[in-house]
Design a protein around this ligand. Structure first.
Ligand code: CAO
Length: 462
């Protein structure tokens, strides 16, 4: 065993270069010609190879040091005394990125990689979004997203590592000096791809059981959210989201992402029902109970849910839980955000009682006094914007329910009665349904039946 000084060999035209990477540490066993450090000039980066095989005893340089030909890199306990004094052999440059080598009149050149003029553009996160999956084999491990043609700024060792791991360097964001790609960047890329695949698999595995609340999470491959300095464009004010907005937002997001929504739009002729409602309110003025169209809608929906029980259900894995009770939620707009109180056993209650409970629950919602019990157990929800306006919209299903009815403002419209156009009060209906449980024909029948009931409320009794 002999102690050998490993020095920077002839580095061609460069006088001094920066040490930007330490590839070994004391105690490491290295082979002859194995890269020890990476140095960089303003034009290129190079790896300094070891002249001998052996064990690193002491590093004589640190990151940021400036070195030149003859600078001591490290002390090595050479394994083979016979090799002492041998010239370092040139390391073959990376084919994909090898620029012209600097002139090497004396000893073999270190491995050289051209530094790109500018740092590579930040690469988006890896894409790994499979279509419906039969097995993990169907998963694309990675879909390239970066433009071709830019030369990633990485040392040959990193290129070799990337080749071994199948990492497309053009898509790796370098975090080293001048956006150089480091070993950690490559490893982090692999970790992120693996995490993306795992997340996608987990979401796909859990998605059928929407009732368990699973299936949200990140979507690998999506572009990062735009980072905008809004203040650059004009005055702004930042406000925290309310607690309710944060909670309901997370729920809405999960439901929108996990449930395959479809919305059917239809109209119901409520001319007679509205006349009845107005009459009812006149009669009950003294009792202080105001009946709105929503109370009739709750009752009409119960009748439709009885006729189409799959709408009164929840998914639980591969099973459908069909409920034999009828608890109807209604979306209430409150100063702090959206809340959904539930009218329990709506099938057993009359219009006046439903109206009374609704107004009490809506008031509690606005006051922030709803209890968890008053918001739980719903089978089906209604979101009414009728008091505000609009024509149609796509309500988001309130998981674990499988459908929701959206209602907008009724308006007088001309309807052909076979002989003449009649002015009729038409109520726009928008039914969103979970396509894993319900199909379009059932949804159209549900809406048509709802329309019949609202057109002639005596049908509720049938
Ligand atoms: N067409 C025409 N007018 C309607 C109507 C309709 N479909 N529905 C209600 N109206 C009228 C009512 O008759 C009432 O008229 P008057 O003031 O002349 O008596 C007025 O609109 C206001 O009704 P309302 O909104 O107070 O009562 P409601 O029972 O219809 O609704 C509630 C109660 C709590 C659901 C409602 O106040 C509310 O919060 N709606 C918003 C729901 C929401 O935000 N949904 C979106 C969810 S997704 O973000």
């Amino acid at each position: 065993m002999a102690l050998v000084e490993v020095k920077v060999p002839d580095i061609g035209d460069f006088e001094t270069v920066d040490v930007i990477e330490l590839l070994v540490k004391p105690g490491d066993t290295v082979k002859a010609e194995q890269s020890l450090i990476t140095v960089e000039s303003d034009k290129a980066s190079m790896e300094i190879p070891s002249s001998h095989a052996g064990v690193v005893k002491e590093l004589k340089v640190k990151l940021g040091d400036k070195v030149s030909e003859g600078s001591l890199v490290l002390l090595l306990e050479a394994a083979d005394a016979a090799s002492v004094g041998a010239e370092p052999k040139p390391v073959s440059p990376d084919a994909a990125a090898a620029p012209e080598l600097p002139a090497t009149p004396v000893s073999a050149p270190p491995e050289v990689t051209a530094a790109p003029a500018a740092a590579p553009a930040p690469a988006p996160l890896p894409v790994a979004v499979p279509e419906p999956m039969a097995s993990t084999a169907a998963l694309p491990a990675h879909e390239p997203t970066s433009p071709k043609g830019t030369l990633p700024h990485a040392s040959p060792t990193i290129r070799k590592l990337a080749r071994e791991l199948g990492v497309p360097l053009a898509e790796v964001q370098g975090t080293g000096p001048k956006s150089r790609i480091t070993q950690e960047d490559v490893q982090d890329f692999v970790r992120r791809v693996m995490a993306g695949i795992a997340t996608t698999l987990a979401a796909a595995a859990k998605a059928p059981a929407a009732s368990s609340g699973a299936g949200g999470g990140a979507f690998p491959g999506l572009l990062p959210w735009p980072q905008v300095d809004y203040a650059k464009f004009g005055p702004i004010e930042r406000r925290d989201l309310s607690r309710i907005k944060k909670i309901s937002g997370a729920n809405l997001h999960r439901n929108w992402v996990v449930i395959p929504h479809v919305t059917n739009h239809d109209d119901a002729d409520i001319t007679e029902l509205e006349a009845f409602r107005v009459q009812l309110n006149k009669e009950n003025e003294k009792a202080g109970i105001k009946v709105t169209m929503l109370a009739f809608l709750i009752k009409a929906c119960v009748a439709a849910l009885k006729k189409f029980p799959d709408f009164n259900a929840s998914l639980d894995g591969d099973q459908l839980v069909v409920k034999q009770y009828f608890h109807i939620g209604f979306a209430a707009d409150t100063p702090n955000g959206l809340m959904v109180p539930v009218i329990k056993d709506a099938d057993q209650k009359g219009i006046l009682q439903i109206s009374k409970e609704m107004s009490e629950l809506a008031q509690k919602a606005r006051d922030g006094k709803l209890s968890p019990t008053e918001m739980s157990g719903g089978c089906f929800s209604i979101s009414s914007l009728g008091g505000i306006g609009g024509r149609y919209f796509t309500p988001i299903i309130n998981a674990p329910e499988v459908a929701i009815l959206g209602v907008c403002k009724s308006a007088i419209e001309p309807r052909w009665d076979g002989q003449v156009f009649q002015p009729r009060l038409m109520l726009p209906l928008s039914l969103s349904w979970d396509h894993r449980v319900i199909d379009g024909a059932s949804a159209a029948r549900f809406n048509a039946y709802l329309g019949q009931i609202l057109g002639d409320f005596r049908r509720v009794l049938l």
